[in-house]
Design a binder for this molecule. Structure first.
Ligand code: PEP
Ligand code: MG
Length: 891
């Protein structure tokens, strides 16, 4: 909830710290929004009875107030922090800044969602020249104390004051050199003391002041720096990439220090309660003896697997296993924990739900439901629906990705992983692929002309285009990896090279593209092949039992239809017939039709195309027998079927035995300023009714052929891009007449029920949906065009400004990926209401790319759609997302 008024800020600001400890704990795990994940869980662990060093959280509302008040710490926060520190002093019996028994604290950021990129940690805060003496007396361990002090000055200078880490590194190295040692751990107390002196000097030089000797000052500066890190570029970028929106800010956690570096009976570690990459129920993690937490992460020393802890301290190991059980039982989920052992005593420093791979998410959810730790609905909600695609397609191994150079990043347009040499035209891709080479097709943007090359390439890489561009949509349909809109690519197709960051990569160069992240990498990267587990089948079965909406697929060929059916598709929601015109000889007949100057010649060419269409439909209807298949009549503008370059035009002229000038003239005639708003969709059928007649004939003949073979074909005819009642009424009449005519011609006596419906993809169609519904048997929302036309953003060119829009927060998400609920979504709701006001049984679906996006699917469920339709590899995602939507709607 945003703070909207000053008064509200004041009320909210009233509670400035939330403490946890043996005497009192004020927060709990449900308060992540307010206390951040870390703070909420520290409070919760304390309440559960686990050993947690005491501390307090400064809530996210303070961060929000800090920004509301022009980057000034809220009034009263200083005093509230002092009060909270006094409580920690009481709990620990130590005193902040004391020169006999000083309290040291850690300061960490912590938002509601874990977010790398913000300020991490300042440890040992509270150490001053005086406190150093106190701590030496107390511990008798001079080396440990000087080590703690130098770490504080370094972290404080680096993280809080923005100094470069190298400055400290340089000093450390010269002291090591002077003392003749190679490793940090070999440096004596004397050496570390000298490091501290030098660190303070460089601190003063860079910051302009002495390193603060007042612990309160250290603390306030650190708190402010945590607040500032919330809006650091890297944190903002991370939020944008991860789609994290609506958070107030970060909380700050201040906690009494415990030390894992106090000798051989001390240590520190991080662990997961189960294996986060496979999901196996086995304690999984690493620890280091005599070390502070950052050493495990920094990779200076190699940690040991936690299973080896038994040999070091079996009591602690048993206690940890016990805590694993307590935490899993309490949180009912896999936990990612941090712990420290100080002189033989175990302390828990953090717990949070563990991040896991898609495979682990599935296994953990099923295992936990089977052991009754969670119920089935919870298990279904635990698996991120969008991640299921990862399980169906190859992916690069993390290790091997780390070993190659990342060249650029684009949009993760179609998941998967592909490695190949570069081909710059479709023809070249076909020729080289047929000769056995793995190629990536590299284009500025693809068009239907490139289909053959796209099919032959192992992956597709484009420098422009968004998530619903031609390349993205087609690749997703095939399950082929595609990275689109990589603006860093400067493609020189003629010179057969691409320039990235000033470096040239030619046709022999091998690149790898990651369709899950949008990364473009140099060289070959090792891949995992997908393997589906029994647990995956279980989750899918549970999802099917729970969902209300049907899930169909967008497929244009029997192979895609077959794959989608094996992944659980319950029909086809969109067959884009234009894709069928590009194979083999068909394109020639199609071009002949477009080039025909009379209706008669056009009909002749169409007659040549008809058998091909009919065969395609028989293939698809057979694979989908018993299930509905929505066939969309021709949609794209005709110019997309003709070559635009002279050599291509020459080839066409030659193949058809006509003059090149005729081809050129026709291409010029078909030129449109705004082809997406031009002569396409149902407008083609109105102006060239013979095209509709040919397509409907092919559908009906295919259906009759199937029926005669006892194949239960169930086509539905869909008319695209309708904006007026009259368009649909006219085309419906022609469609019905054609159906009757063919039935008669074929002397077919059985029933031929072919619903005739339309796509709702023009805003006007959604607005007058009641009128349109009077002549439609079904609606299917084409949200790609509906988004394009509602926003006025070209779906093919959005990437030229989208990154900036996302960065500036003008848009929260790419509206071509996730439906814009207030705008486009409103039109969808209006369309549903309008349609159903005329026909309460009107079947309504969605076939835009949003049909495979979990957030959009939840929206579709909420407005009462009957089905969603998505690319084949998205079908499991849609099945699960539909179940999750239904569960959430009942919560
Ligand atoms: C749409 O516009 O949402 C749609 C499915 O059609 P196409 O992507 O083919 O324009
Ligand atoms: Mg469309």
């Amino acid at each position: 909830m945003p703070v909207t008024t000053k008064r509200k800020t004041k009320t909210r600001a009233s509670k400035m710290t939330y403490c946890w400890g043996a005497s009192k704990t004020e927060g709990n795990a449900t308060q992540k929004e307010l206390l951040g994940g870390k703070g909420a869980n520290l409070a919760e662990m304390t309440t559960v009875g686990l050993p947690v060093p005491p501390g307090f959280t400064i809530p996210t509302t303070m961060c929000e107030a800090y920004y509301d008040q022009g980057k000034r710490l809220p009034r009263g926060l200083d005093a509230a922090i002092s009060k909270a520190i006094r409580r920690v002093e009481k709990e620990t019996g130590k005193k902040f800044g004391s020169n006999t028994d000083p309290l040291l604290v850690s300061v960490r950021s912590g938002a509601a969602i874990s977010m790398p990129g913000m300020m991490d940690t300042v440890l040992n805060l509270g150490l001053t020249d005086d406190a150093v003496q106190g701590l030496i007396e107390l511990t008798g361990n001079e080396r440990f104390v000087w080590d703690a002090y130098r770490r504080l000055i370094n972290m404080f200078g680096d993280v809080v004051m923005g100094m470069s880490h190298e400055v400290f590194e340089h000093e450390f190295d010269s002291v090591k050199k002077k003392h003749g040692v190679a490793l940090d751990t070999e440096l004596s107390a004397e050496g570390l003391k000298e490091v501290c002196v030098r660190y303070k000097k460089v601190y003063k030089k860079h910051v302009g002041n002495n390193f603060p000797q007042d612990p309160h000052k250290q603390l306030l500066l650190s708190v402010e720096s945590v607040f500032q890190s919330w809006n650091a570029d890297r944190a903002k970028t991370y939020r944008q990439i991860e789609g994290i929106v609506g958070l107030k800010g970060t909380a700050v956690n201040v906690q009494a220090m415990v030390f894992g570096n106090m000798g051989k009976d001390s240590g520190t570690g991080v662990a997961f309660t189960r294996n986060p990459s496979t999901g196996e129920d086995k304690f999984f993690g690493e620890f280091l003896i005599d070390a502070q937490g950052e050493d495990v992460v920094a990779g200076i020393r190699t940690p040991k697997p936690v299973s080896q802890m038994k040999q070091w301290n079996s009591k602690i190991y048993r206690e940890l296993l016990q805590n694993k059980k307590i935490l899993e039982k309490h949180y009912r989920d896999i936990q990612d924990i941090e712990f420290t052992i100080e002189r033989g005593k175990l302390w828990m420093l953090q717990t949070r739900n563990g991040k896991r791979t898609a495979a682990a998410a599935v296994k953990i959810a099923v295992d936990m439901a089977k052991s009754r730790l969670i119920n089935r609905d919870e298990a279904l909600l635990r698996v991120p629906a969008g991640d299921l695609v990862q399980l169906l397609l190859p992916s690069f191994t993390t290790k091997s990705k780390q070993q190659v150079k990342r060249l650029a990043k684009g949009l993760p347009a179609s998941p998967g992983a592909a490695t190949g040499a570069l081909a710059f035209t479709a023809e070249e891709a076909v020729a080289r692929a047929e000769a056995g080479e793995d190629v990536l097709l590299v284009r500025k943007e693809t068009s239907p002309e490139d289909i053959d090359g796209m099919q032959h390439a192992v992956g597709i890489l484009t420098s422009t285009g968004g998530m619903t561009s031609h390349a993205a949509v087609v690749a997703r349909g095939w399950g082929k990896c595609c990275v689109a809109g990589v603006s860093a690519l400067h493609i020189h197709a003629k010179r057969k090279c691409v320039i990235i960051d000033g470096k040239t990569y030619g046709e022999k160069e091998v690149l790898s593209i990651d369709g899950g992240t949008g990364e473009v990498m140099l060289g070959d990267v090792e891949r995992h092949e997908p393997k589906l587990s029994a647990d995956f089948e279980t989750i899918m079965r549970w999802a099917d039992q729970r969902r209300r909406m049907n899930v169909r697929t967008n497929a244009d060929s029997p192979q895609d239809a077959k794959r989608a059916r094996s992944l659980g598709a319950e029909g086809i929601g969109l067959t884009r017939t234009e894709h069928m015109f590009f194979e083999g000889d068909r394109i020639l007949a199609m071009r002949q039709m477009i080039l025909a100057e009379t209706k008669e010649n056009r009909e002749k060419a169409l007659a040549r195309l008809m058998p091909y269409q009919c065969d395609d439909f028989v293939g698809i209807f057979s694979v989908m027998k018993g299930l509905p298949v929505t066939v969309r009549l021709l949609d794209p503008p005709l110019h997309e079927f003709l070559p635009h370059n002279l050599s291509g035009q020459r080839d066409v002229a030659h193949a058809l035995g006509i003059r090149v000038s005729r081809v050129k003239r026709r291409v010029e005639q078909l030129y449109e300023y705004n082809p997406m708003l031009g002569h396409r969709g149902c407008r083609l059928s109105v102006t060239y009714p013979e095209i509709l007649v040919m397509q409907v004939t092919a559908i009906v003949e295919a259906m009759i052929e199937c029926k005669r073979k006892r194949i239960d074909a169930r086509p539905e005819i869909m008319i695209p891009l309708v904006g007026t009642y009259e368009e649909l009424a006219q085309l419906r009449t022609l469609t019905e007449k054609t159906i009757l005519r063919i039935k008669k011609k074929e002397r077919f006596k059985g029933r031929l029920s072919i619903p005739i419906g339309t796509m709702i993809e023009i805003p006007r169609a959604a607005i007058i949906a009641d009128r349109i519904a009077s002549v439609a048997d079904f609606f299917s929302f084409g949200t790609n065009d509906l988004t394009q036309l509602t926003y006025g953003y070209s779906r093919d060119d959005i990437n030229s400004f989208l990154p900036q829009y996302l960065k500036d927060g003008i848009l929260e998400r790419d509206p071509f990926q996730t439906i814009d609920i207030p705008g486009v979504g409103k039109l969808v709701s209006m369309g549903c209401e309008g349609g159903r006001s005329v026909n309460s049984q009107l079947k309504i679906g969605i076939c835009g790319e949003h049909g495979g996006d979990p957030i959009s699917i939840e929206f579709c469920n909420s407005v009462g759609l009957n089905y969603v339709s998505c690319s084949p590899f998205r079908v499991p995602t849609a099945r699960l997302a539909a179940a999750q939507a239904e569960i959430r709607s009942n919560q």
